[in-house]
Design a protein around this ligand. Structure first.
Ligand SMILES: [Zn+2]
Length: 71
């Protein structure tokens, strides 16, 4: 997001073309979501639809619970 990229981005995810920043559609196509460590803000990819899962931060070893909803 810090880069100034001009034009309309297009993604090809799982055979589906996504044009522009349709973040909801992109998130639905991906089988993971990105969460931030509450302590050090390190981003971590977590699977979707697993209910409440415990994450252990790889940077600061903070353990936190996130709720991975299906929608
Ligand atoms: Zn952390």
């Amino acid at each position: 997001m810090s880069m100034n990229i001009m034009g309309v981005p297009a993604f090809l995810i799982g055979g589906e073309k996504v044009v522009g920043f349709d973040s909801v559609k992109i998130e639905n196509l991906l089988d993971y979501t990105v969460e931030k460590c509450p302590k050090c803000q390190t981003r971590v990819r977590v699977p979707k639809g697993k209910g409440k899962i415990k994450i252990t931060c790889k940077e600061c070893s903070e353990e936190y619970i996130i709720n991975t909803k299906n929608n």
